[in-house]
Design a protein around this ligand. Structure first.
Ligand SMILES: [Zn+2]
Length: 150
């Protein structure tokens, strides 16, 4: 999925969940959801976030591969659990953003392996990155985001 589609999905998810959760700091909650909605692509050095930290991203790609551990829901659960020891709200925000990324990456032909490294079973779809459907999803998420704000 495009960077902007991930951000739009993160934005929509942040607004959606902020309505149902008792959040102390909405600014921190939104920032963490948005950052974690693009964070999984840190395993790809030519992604928008990967380009910002190219040496680290290059290293992560060589050692862990793209769409493996950093695109695992299991990994997201563990990190969320660890963060929650210190701050439950940030842990939850991290999981919401990260899971939103994994969910829509699962709609692409490349798919994701939600239980990696325990299982290499893939969930995949048919929406190519930069395709019309990708742009349509971006527009849909933005419409839902605005709708949820109203
Ligand atoms: Zn991704």
């Amino acid at each position: 999925m495009m960077f902007s589609t991930h951000l739009a999905c993160g934005l929509m998810s942040a607004v959606f969940f902020s309505q149902y959760l008792d959040i102390k700091s909405k600014a921190v909650f939104f920032a963490v959801v948005l950052i974690s909605s693009i964070l999984p692509d840190v395993d790809m050095y030519n992604s928008k976030i990967g380009k910002k930290i190219k040496p680290l991203s290059f290293f992560l790609n060589i050692f862990f591969g793209h769409r493996k551990i950093f695109h695992s829901l299991l990994f997201a659960f563990i990190v969320c659990f660890l963060i929650s020891f210190f701050n439950m709200e940030i842990g939850l925000a991290f999981f919401i953003g990260y899971a939103s990324h994994l969910l829509i990456d699962s709609l692409t032909p490349g798919g994701t392996m939600p239980l990696y490294p325990l299982s290499k079973r893939k969930i995949k779809g048919f929406i190519d990155t930069y395709s019309f459907s990708d742009y349509a999803l971006f527009v849909l998420f933005m419409i839902l985001f605005i709708y949820l704000l109203l």
